[in-house]
Design a binder for this molecule. Sequence first.
Ligand SMILES: [Zn+2]
Ligand SMILES: [Zn+2]
Length: 1016
Amino acid sequence: MTAKFKTDSETSLSVEYRPLELEQEIRRFWERNRIQQKLAEAKEKDNVGVLGYVEGPPTLNGIPHVGHARGRVMKDLRYRWKTMQGYFVPFWAGWDCQGLPVELEVEKQLGVKNKRELLERVSEERFIQECKKTVMKYHKEWVKLDSKLGVFIDQSKAYWTYHDNYIEREWQILKRAWDQDLLEEGHYVVAYCPGCQTSLSNAEVGFEGSYQIVEDPSLYFKFKVADKQNEYLLVWTTMPFTLITDTMLAVRPEADYAKVQVGKEVWVLVKPRVEPLMKELGIEKYKVTVTVTGKSLENTRYEYPFKDIVPRQAELEKSHSLVHKVICEDFVDIETATGVVHLSPGNGEEDFFAAMKHGVPIFAPFDDEAKFTAEGGKFCGVFARDTDSMVVEELRSRGLLVEVKPVKHEYPTCWRSHHKLVWIARKEYFLRTDKINTRVLEAAEKVGYFYDETKNRFMSFLKEGKPWCISRERVWGAPLPVWKCKECGAKTIVSSKKELLEKALEKPKGDFELHKPWVDRITFKCQKCGGTMYREDFVLDTWHNSGASTYARFTDEEFAEYVPVDFLTEGVDQTRGWANSLLLEYVILTGKPESPYKAFLFQGLVQDAKGRKMSKSLGNVIDPNKLLEKYSADVTRFYSLRKCSPIDFIDFDPNELGRRTYQILSTLYHLNRFFVQNAEFDDFNPNKNTLEWARKGKQLKGPDLWLLSKLQETVDMYTGKLETCEFNLALAVLEDFVIESLSRLYVPMVRKELWTDDPNTLDRRLAVYATLWHVLRAVTLLFNPVTPYLSEALHQKVYRRLDSTLPESVNLETWPKSDHKLRDETLEEDFRTLFKCVSLVYSARQSAGLKRRWPLNKSVVVGPEQVCKALKGVEELFLELANVKTAEYATGKTPSSVASEGWASASEGELQVFLDAHRDEGLLGAGLMRDLARRVQALRKELGYMPTDVLEAVYVSELDDESIRLLEPYVAEMKDLVRAKKVLLRGADGEEAVEWHESQLDDKKVALAILGEKAE
Ligand SMILES: [Zn+2]
Ligand SMILES: [Zn+2]
């Protein structure tokens, strides 16, 4: 018999599943045949609908980490799956290019420490060029990752946030805000990073990991009540520098405040805090003399102690009657500290609002580097937080210090540089998103989030509804397109390059782009007074850049067609980031309570194997490009989707990749290999030997019908779990079908039928192939969104090999749908009973030391009537799987015959199985033969024979007489089992010129030899 298939590795599956090699080959196949482009073109031309998409642009300020890989895998899963369902998805890349992160990276490269040094040593032109170079450098790494991971995102259609056309459309959104009075300039308390030398948005302050444990002074001090001898208001702070900008004290109006006699002094503080605080300060002798309400303290004047060294404070006191007085505020906390809060409207948000309410002037004597200006008096030129210790000393020398000690507490730091943030009232530009908060919330309510906890987190953040500070005092960014008249202060906004050039007093010569410094050189003539208008020297928050993407990355036509987009997914850190900025800008743009996305899945972040955050300092950051040199993309993809729910933080452990995940994919690979080898051997033709053909010829048996039924359930459950983004549960369904239903249950039920070349049973074998073709092919398609390389390899080397009319790529195939006609729940129930009984037989065998391949005479099943009935219906299979010759059934009482010795048993609930453990010579011989056949099978495999190769002869020698006698009657059966023309049993050493291999049979040594030609 000649082999009917070639073993060319390009067109057939190699003996082992080696994913790294296979993925390289498939990647070449995709590139050579432009599969990704063909897929996009095909769906654009012919689809069942359009699902809009906009890429959440990674910032090109560093190489991707493994967390990015997880997100990209989820995006690609959705893309492949939806295109297989027939949709067109504009799955186009996008890159966030500007902003502080890139600037900091370039500053590091250039070796400059701050913005001032940057402007002095490096020109803005040069700096912008360097920023672009950096962006391109990292871009390469990202594209490489997409290619390795097999992400089919269209790089040729990528958007770049720094391109003029993108910036113009971003400006158009600002113009819309301007027209609705939502864009304004104003003083506002913003978080300021002294390291990055710019303000941060409210959203950035709340970023993951920005709160850190830091050390600050815990300071108790007292302000003397004016016009009273020895009476003081007791105050606490961890930011002594804010005393320099102190303008008021606040108390809670309805709370009780105590006047406490301490030595010769009277201290005023909230009553419930007296005892604990005195204990904390180590003061034993004290006495509460009077209790008053907070309200009664209102308007109390206190002596601001630094008027001599901060003369401006003396002027402020004259300018407004409330300066250096006590006011009543509901936000005052009376559970901690003293219940008397000092207010620095120039350095705190609540303080700021309180001052605004009362019309008290904002005192914020800080320059661009958060250093005190001349108005800060003695502290002029010193960075705000560096004055902390100076202030403490000033208090001490004035006898106002009660206690100071270091305290460790959680405090917001810059998410980039981890400098302690300071709050400073600055002149900034704001989007007054607080004014449209109702519409924003209404829009957000309509979005699908898949998981309640992520929705709740997003909604509660949005409810804060604070104005959005969008101005940044930096260089590499989209310029704020607002020009202001130097004479009269009138302002105007532009929304295109064309408009800009039309209004320009002098047209630019040479290079011109919508960036600093070029735009700064453009001036306008003021329409009101004829004066000159200059651009307001700000760039836009980078979150505003990416937040514009649903509008800015498309043309008007595309925007109309693709937005609102269908589905987005990003890390949970984007709750305050991109998800927020997209939504806000879209509501501004449209003026409607609509979201630019219909669904948003927030993914959990990636941690190391021990559940620790990945960080440079811990050295546990995983570079996915390096990871994928060593590990397969398919295995990585499967693992990162399977290990936990997409919203959970995943503890990524590369060591796990080679284990269970590899086993699952390897099983799928070998099932396909087993199928294609057998099918080709029997000349299976999928177009002729269809399921319909097999059904008509009554060749489909219980196991086939059962498997087909299970497939329908699997398709429905899997697709349903993908819809709800429960990727881990979806893959559990698929895994169970491959490992349990196919590999562990179905194949063992049909293997024996395939293990023959008897022409009389050919049709039955073809029916099994028809079943496997149908089922395995569907499974291959279901795997495609998760393991695109493996699915493509199987499509090419199994399915297209058998049917060349199939689509050129697995990606061009159609998503499987369940067929209710193939579902048979009664049959599934019967099979559940069957498998339960078989597994009881196995445990009974194990407890009695009876190997599964040893045939036994009799089994007795005792159980409920419906169980016995179901089992009788599939008795043939039961006998085969249980490897017993007969079965008897009993309902109710256990028959006395089996209660005797010589019976093995196992039970579960009401179900009991008994096995006749006695083995006569016939059974012993059959068992011995099966043991021997198994050794021969292993040897065949080891020597590289295909399962379909027929051997000339099998030699067994060094057998004892007893074994030969027992084996002799089973030689013919063994020939079939090991696929050999003859089997020769010997006592002494074989004399044939063959290669002998040592083996074992029941603890005895035997020698085996095989003779036969291998397939090419
Ligand atoms: Zn910073
Ligand atoms: Zn003017």
